[in-house]
Design a protein around this ligand. Sequence first.
Ligand SMILES: [Zn+2]
Ligand SMILES: [Zn+2]
Length: 263
Amino acid sequence: MEPSTYKKVNFHTHCYRCLHAKGTVSQYALEAVHQGLTALGFSDHIPFPDDSFDLRMPYAQIEDYMNEVTALKKEFHGKLRIYLGFEAEYLTRYTSYYERLLSNTPCEYLILGQHLLETEERKLYNVYRLKDTSLYESYARNVVGAMRTGYFRYAAHPDLIFFNDHPWDIHCDRACDILIDGASKYGFALEYNANGLRRGEKIYSDGKRYPYPHKNFWDKVSGSNIPVYVGSDCHEPAVLYDSCMDMAYANLAKRNIPVCTEI
Ligand SMILES: [Zn+2]
Ligand SMILES: [Zn+2]
């Protein structure tokens, strides 16, 4: 595989605090320098003030996380540009929280990781456990609603719904079209997620494929003017910039999709 000619960067990075990843922020920064990255953004799973939802740091740790990354920025000054952010679900009840984080704390950016789907009726569903494809369009409208708010820099794994094992149908097509039309309309960036590749190909009821990124989704993105980032979404330092990152760049190059390297 030809190495990508893009600057090596990553803005989707987790750390041990989220309770399902390994490594301190400092270990990720050292690995980034070792791999020749020029920029590294931390986007650990956002805690909510009421500690709703698992697989994330307790809210009581948010200051420690922000202080630790802020200190790291100084430590690596001149060697690596470090950014402080969060990967966040967009849930309307937390609107003032996103605003406060972005205006009154050192947090520099949010990426949208819609692991939870909030329907128009404000019902919540776990996106990894959708029983059929009937809510896929609702997920897509939910993500487009988040694009409109201006809180988020890009949508991480926009095609996460395909983690579920349901054969491709009209809801899948429509959900992709809603996402892509929304991103085009708002000039909103999408992420090609290397962690989906890292999960490996699996036998699904409609054939062998990666859970995400889904080929059909990215075929539709090809030819649009939507900005695209590659995100490592690494949950351990060793895979920060692994062969799945190279595969992600190669898959986009095959589709003539250019990649953004500045956040
Ligand atoms: Zn995670
Ligand atoms: Zn992530």
